[in-house]
Each structure stands twice: as C-alpha cells, then as structure tokens.
Design a protein. Structure first.
Length: 137
C-alpha cells in the first residue's frame, strides 16, 4: 500500500444537518461506503451529485445495496470483493484525478438509469393491484 498521510485524505466530521451534508457532498472527491452495511439513502444522494461511491460486496442484503446501484450504472470497478481491494482501489482512485473525473462524468451521463426507472414502481403497482383484487373476492 502507498505511504499516504491519512490526514491529507481522510476527514472525520461530526453529525451534520441534512443541508450541511449536501454541501459536504458537493466538495468531496469520493464517498466511502460503510463496509458491511451499505447506506442506501446516502449512496443515492451521493450519486445524484455525481460523486463516486466505493463499496464492498457484502454477504447480506444490507451490505449489497450501494453495489446494486453501481452495478446498474455499470460501475462494477467501484464494487470491491474484499476489504483490501476496497483500500487499494480507494488509494488508487484518490491519486488518479483523471480517472476520478471520468467516473464522475459517467455517473452524470447514466444516473437517469436509477432515477427515471419506472420498472420498480410498476412492479409495486401490479403487486398492490393483485392484493386488492384478492381481498375483494
């Protein structure tokens, strides 16, 4: 692993209000998803701001949520198989501004796949309609 001074790249921030979080996202280079427990709402907010998300592929659903979003955007390179891969890729990406910008641009160009996808809504509608029909018979 590279000899990096963590204080140059990592900043721990106290609890913030929602508006403050959005401002922080706007000034960040990369969002590091919590290992083993994806923060789905945060990942969605971050991707809406074209900020890359580095995550691991957990064994349980709660650890796979951000990865599912990234896979849908064809950003599989941000979904790591191990904690060491997560660390190595994070270091690599932070040190490669050009690659980071390419990923940000790809998110910008493809995020409509996440935010304008009506398929899950239609599936929920169909399920609810079927349940209503069952209860009326």
């Amino acid at each position: 692993m590279a000899n990096l001074n963590a204080s140059q790249f990592v900043h721990f921030i106290p609890f913030l209000k929602r508006t403050e979080v959005h401002g922080l996202i706007q000034t960040s280079d990369l969002y590091l998803d919590t290992i083993g427990f994806a923060r789905l709402n945060t990942a969605i907010q971050v991707l809406a701001c074209n900020l890359p998300v580095m995550t691991t592929e957990g064994t349980k659903m709660r650890g796979r949520l951000a990865g599912a979003l990234l896979n849908k955007l064809d950003l599989k390179e941000l979904v790591c198989k191990s904690d060491w891969e997560y660390i190595d890729k994070t270091v690599e990406l932070i040190q490669n501004r050009e690659r980071l910008n390419v990923i940000k641009e790809k998110i910008s160009q493809t995020q409509n796949i996440l935010f304008n996808d009506l398929e899950p809504i239609r599936a929920l509608e169909n399920f609810l309609l079927k349940q209503m029909q069952k209860s009326t018979h």
